[in-house]
Design a protein around this ligand. Structure first.
Ligand code: WTA
Length: 710
């Protein structure tokens, strides 16, 4: 037994959950500098009163009023069909008009986007609002006249971080067509599955893009995607291929006659053409964003036009502190919700300049982001802990070499270790920038937990309280409130609806209700929103001061480098390998990526474990999901620990992988297997030098909770 195990085993037997909490060290507060406060969009504490529960839901008028409405709404919140909340009912607007057209009068020549290609010798491109307007219109006409799409149709994009992605998004929004962007790093098969689910007849893709110094052939994935969609019964009629270098095709994959078209060629027929933005009901869906869940297929989170846009505009203004004259850089991928809300829709609704970067943070070296920031005059910087950890590891002193100045920084997507937070603050922020740690999810549209930067102190490792108009609560498994300061962890929920909440899981209303509302619904007949708390699926603990620490998922989702991966998806991909009988995916604490995936597999009788199972499993996961999901290790084990009813106990395996306590195993059908697997896995890990650091109490809590939803 290692020391780590001894300690945790002792804790487990003698110390109750509430006592463990005593060890949760409180971090000190950091206060925003006066220079920030004096210019902040939200600097008057009266704002808390305006968004207090007494003023709910009318408080969100303040967000909606940031937009230009074709017709004003008559009902702020319609709760007649819980939990399918409707915001700003009766209102009409167009999201593209709000993000593009309406800024032309004042900001025609200002950059809407500044796009930085990954190769450093390639020219950075500024796309003015006027230029964006032209490009969006032309592509919208193309989609309508050449693509034959109409309002309400879905289009799938599989695009990397290029300006053509927001151009395509806005073109759809202009027509009232629902876009569904699939992260460029996902495999063709994963894309095809999402095409099929959303029944898209058009796929928009790109021939190639740069990543880590390499021009990646991307079009090849389109063929796999079309094939997969066909298997699932949906026929893609047109594949529209943007070219990284217009006029030059950089993919090896042949263009299919009559199906595949180069956008730059077709666009010639639509030169300078305009199309009126379609006035959409506030409740019309704007886009789908697929995310992983506990069971089965990824869920298409459907986001509304009015509520979503109002919410991202409002939170961008107050929490990102975006002013039109700022140069704002959210270093995320538009293929995730963060990019939709806080690279594209939020910042552009406010008419600011949004920076987009094509590649990886450390290419060609860990000074790259700071060179970009210096050269472009970025003053708001927004990224994920994984990126911060990586930059700290590879270039702890790089920021000091560059002359940029951030007023504001954001961290999003995963818990950030206080140590990493402090480096972000000191080194990256040069001690002068405020930090907001923003907690939220694909389903939420925008932030749920954060400090209001000029008015609430920061605390490393805590996201802060609920944001304006969001009233969170922690419930235990029985639905009792876990009090702030009790030190106990529980399930964080949001008591109220808010404009950014997704409308449903695309075509799966029942799953929507069941996943997010069933657990704590007090009365299914009730039309009162108070009876319908939103279950976020995260464990959290609330300190005396009301600040939340998010511990991680309580369902079977693994957050790898800020990307949600469902254990079910990983396992389904793994069992496509012929030799594999059973598979289980668990999270393991990883220094850089926060969490990594480890796969456990047992083989069919008579199969030889030496048969490069590991390689086959990796390949299968890469093909079915994408490289981001590649497991850190694949363990071929004689059997899985199982309950008497035959369920694989992921919690137990997760404990083994993390050198943590495995909890009670006496009720297993095969308790003896636990020691056997532990010996096999841990001795191999020790030999490889892969013993994880001692887990923090928060991490321990998370590992213990893993698979609880089973
Ligand atoms: C986790 C990303 C701690 C959480 C916007 C959540 C966080 C999941 C934070 C959603 C944070 C997000 N601190 N954990 N600030 N932000 N998470 O859907 O577990 O990709 O449920 O949305 O990431 O991930 P998603």
């Amino acid at each position: 037994m290692t020391d780590v195990q001894e300690v945790s085993a002792a804790e487990e037997t003698e110390v109750s959950e509430s006592q463990i909490a005593v060890h949760w060290r409180e971090e000190e507060n950091y206060y925003p500098p006066a220079t920030f406060i004096s210019q902040a969009n939200a600097a008057d504490p009266a704002i808390f009163e305006r968004f207090s529960e007494e003023h709910f839901p009318e408080c969100f008028k303040e967000y909606a009023d940031l937009l230009t409405w074709d017709r004003y709404w008559n009902t702020t919140l319609d709760t007649s069909n819980p939990p399918f909340w409707k915001w700003f009912v009766g209102g009409r607007l167009n999201a593209c008009f709000n993000c593009v057209d309406r800024h032309l009068a004042s900001s025609r020549d200002k950059a809407a986007f500044i796009w930085v290609p990954e190769p450093e010798d390639e020219e950075t491109k500024a796309i003015t609002y006027q230029e964006l307007y032209r490009r969006v219109n032309e592509f919208a006409v193309l989609l309508r006249d050449f693509g034959g799409v109409k309002t309400g149709d879905r289009i799938t994009f599989h695009l990397p971080m290029v300006p053509e992605l927001p151009v395509s998004m806005f073109a759809c929004a202009r027509l009232g067509v629902i876009h569904s962007e699939v992260f460029g790093g996902f495999s063709g098969a994963a894309c095809g599955q999402r095409i099929a689910d959303s029944e898209s007849r058009i796929l928009v893709t790109m021939d190639a893009y740069y990543r880590q110094g390499e021009l990646i052939d991307h079009k090849a994935k389109a063929d796999e995607a079309v094939e997969e969609a066909r298997k699932q019964g949906v026929e893609v009629e047109k594949v529209l291929v943007w070219r990284r270098y217009p006029g030059e095709y950089r993919s090896e994959s042949p263009m299919v006659d009559g199906r595949d078209f180069f956008v730059d060629e077709v666009l010639k027929d639509y030169h300078d053409q305009l199309v009126e933005p379609v006035s959409m009901p506030a409740e019309a869906p704007l886009f789908l964003m697929y995310t992983s869940g506990t069971t089965g297929q990824p869920k298409g989170c459907e986001h509304s036009t009015g509520g979503y846009l109002a919410y991202v505009a409002g939170t961008s203004k107050y929490y990102q502190d975006i002013h039109p004259e700022d140069t704002y850089w959210c270093f995320a991928d538009i293929g995730w919700i963060t990019g939709h809300s806080y690279i594209v829709y939020g910042p552009l609704a406010l008419g600011t300049t949004s920076v987009m970067y094509e590649g990886v943070p450390t290419y060609p070296d860990a000074g790259r982001p700071w060179r970009i920031a210096e050269r472009l005059g970025v003053n708001i910087f927004h990224t994920a802990p994984t990126t911060i950890r990586m930059l700290r590891k590879l270039g702890p002193d790089e920021p000091t070499k560059y002359n940029y100045r951030f007023k504001h920084m954001t961290t999003v997507g995963e818990p950030i270790e206080p140590d990493v937070w402090r480096w972000y603050h000191e080194a990256v922020g040069k001690g002068q920038a405020v930090i907001v740690d923003t907690w939220w999810q694909t389903e939420n549209g925008g932030f749920l937990g954060s400090t209001l930067p000029a008015l609430q102190p920061m605390k490393p490792g805590s996201c802060g309280p609920g944001v304006l108009g969001i009233y969170p609560v922690i419930y235990d498994e029985q639905g009792e409130v876990v009090e702030a300061g009790s030190g106990k962890a529980g399930n964080i929920c949001i008591r109220n609806p808010w404009p950014g909440i997704f409308q449903t899981i695309w075509r799966q209303d029942e799953r929507f209700v069941q996943t997010y509302y069933e657990k704590y619904c007090r009365n299914k007949e009730s039309k009162d929103w108070h009876d319908w708390p939103y279950f976020a699926g995260d464990g959290a603990v609330q300190a005396d001061d009301g600040y939340f620490r998010i511990l991680g998922r309580v369902d079977d989702v693994i957050n790898v480098a800020g990307h949600r991966l469902g254990t079910k998806e990983l396992e389904s991909a793994t069992i496509t390998v012929d030799e594999v009988a059973e598979a289980a995916a668990v999270p393991v604490v990883d220094e850089l990526r926060g969490r990594a995936v480890e796969m456990y597999v047992s083989l069919k009788p008579g199969v030889d474990p030496s048969d490069d199972i590991e390689g086959k499993v990796e390949k299968a996961i890469e093909t079915q999901i994408g490289k981001i999901a590649r497991p850190k290790s694949v363990w071929v084990v004689p059997d899985m620990p199982k309950t008497r009813s035959g369920k694989i106990m992921r919690r137990v395996i997760a404990g083994i992988s993390n050198f943590a306590d495995v909890g009670d195993v006496t009720t297993l059908a095969n308790p003896e297997i636990v020691d056997e697997i532990r010996e096999q896995v841990q001795s191999e890990k020790m030999a490889r030098g892969e013993v994880p650091r001692e887990l923090s109490p928060e991490e321990m809590e998370e590992i213990k909770a893993f698979g609880r939803a089973e």
